[in-house]
Design a protein around this ligand. Structure first.
Ligand SMILES: [Cu+2]
Length: 441
């Protein structure tokens, strides 16, 4: 304190919370379990608090940068929690080049391809999950989950969490995880006192709530096909975004050493591509799409979904069938656009309607261990087609104007507007490329 004026010293002392004020904070701790009756704990769950009216007491985001390293062609850590406004350095710590990109709603960015020793920063300014990928290595994926304030924790291997020093007040506790259903729970943190400063302890149970499934009865007859449909067809391919192009664009030194021995993103054989069309103007209401079925079957003692990927029309029937000898519970979770859960007795068949467009991750925790993803279902439309192995697709559409989108889980979508006349046959090709991400600053 040499050289500081007594006035400044007083100010500094005054800025510290007085012992009385500090005492009011209370830790919020607890355990996240799968269902209350199961006792099964869930690790790697983000638990965070949304204040209900006492925002002024909430601490600001930490100033320091967080870090995600690219190491052994993985993102480390695979799940990182970031406070809104905080920056993350993506550090290439590998003997090969990597790219980092995301086209998630909460943050769109593309850091290009860069070599070992380089690091690039991204500020996360919107709440929600941000899925990160590498355009060079197909399997690389990670999640940055952006929470609104520093009142958060991540559950450990025993499902336990602790959020330290929570200002008294009313909160909504929320959870997010790559697998189970999210939870919302009201709670009140009472000021700690000299005789009671114990943490507020909660048991948070997942796998409840969500939209219930309905019994399914097959329609008596399929709707007659309309005569005047147009056929829109074409090919979806992806453009490689790997080495030379990125480094040439960046004007930087670039080395492709050590990239060759590892399997790269297979742009030539994209699987699970869906092309879907939405009326862009007045259009006849589509006839209800036929049901899309996903069955749970037993295979070598493990339950599996067949098919493991399906496309459905938004709002159309998605039918789950339990062909295994055990009861199963299926639910959507993680980054799914909406949540459903389906309880199926052996032999039972139920339907759900996926009203929100997007990719649903379907889990069956009782089938093969907690949180195991069994199937992916992409809902879009009303008109949709899955592309074949060569990327070919064909859509049958009533005459009109449409927004037609080509979708793949790992690549930014492309949308074109087309007009089709009655009975017309039209061609429309798509190129999916990481370069085409509309990057937010
Ligand atoms: Cu990579």
């Amino acid at each position: 304190m040499r050289g500081a004026s007594p006035f400044l010293v007083l100010l500094a002392l005054g800025a510290r919370p007085s012992p009385a004020a500090a005492f009011q904070y209370r830790d919020v701790a607890g355990k996240v379990v799968w269902r209350a009756d199961s006792g099964k704990s869930v690790s790697q769950v983000v638990v965070y608090l949304m204040p209900q009216g006492q925002a002024a007491q909430i601490p600001p985001p930490p100033a320091g940068h967080l870090q995600v390293r690219q190491k052994n062609a993985r993102f480390d850590p695979p799940l990182l929690v970031v406070v809104k406004g905080q920056a993350v350095d993506f550090v290439n710590d590998d003997n090969m080049d990597h790219n980092v990109f995301s086209f998630s709603a909460a943050k769109k960015f593309d850091l290009g391809v860069y070599p070992k020793g380089e690091s690039k920063a991204v500020v996360f300014d919107k709440e929600g999950p941000v899925l990160t990928f590498c355009s060079v290595h197909e399997w690389m994926n990670g999640v940055i989950y952006v929470v609104p304030n520093p009142l958060y924790a991540l559950t450990d291997s025993r499902g336990e969490f602790k959020i330290p020093r929570v200002p008294p007040g009313k909160y909504v506790l929320k959870t997010w995880s790559a697998s189970p259903l999210p939870v919302s729970k009201q709670l009140e943190v009472k000021p700690a006192t000299a005789t009671d400063d114990k943490p507020l302890y909660l048991e948070v149970s997942m796998g409840e709530a969500a939209e219930p499934a309905r019994p399914y009865r097959a329609p008596a007859a399929a709707p007659a096909p309309a005569a005047e449909l147009a056929v829109l067809s074409g090919r979806v391919r992806a453009e490689p975004f790997v080495e030379g192009k990125a480094s040439a664009a960046a004007g930087g030194a670039y080395s492709s050493r050590a990239t060759l021995y590892i399997k790269k993103f297979d742009y030539e054989h994209l699987a699970n591509v869906v092309v879907y069309a939405e009326p862009a103007g007045p259009a006849p209401a589509p006839a209800e799409a036929g049901p899309v079925s996903v069955a749970v079957e037993m295979s070598r003692g493990e339950a599996r979904a067949r098919p493991s990927f399906a496309a459905v029309s938004t709002g159309g029937p998605l039918v789950f069938e339990n062909r295994s000898p055990k009861p199963v519970k299926l639910y959507s979770g993680g980054t799914s656009p909406a949540y459903f859960s389906v309880d199926l007795a052996p032999g039972e068949t139920k339907r759900v309607s996926l009203k929100a467009q997007g990719l649903y991750h379907v889990f069956c925790p009782d089938c093969a261990g907690s949180g195991d993803e069994m199937a992916k279902v992409f809902a879009a439309g009303p008109y949709f087609a899955e592309a074949g192995a060569g990327g070919d697709y064909a859509l049958k559409l009533p005459p009109g104007r449409y927004k037609v989108t080509a979708w793949h889980e790992r690549l930014p979508v492309r949308t074109e507007t087309v007009d089709v006349g009655a009975g017309e046959k039209k061609k429309l090709d798509f190129v999916l490329s990481v370069k085409q991400i509309p990057v937010t600053p």
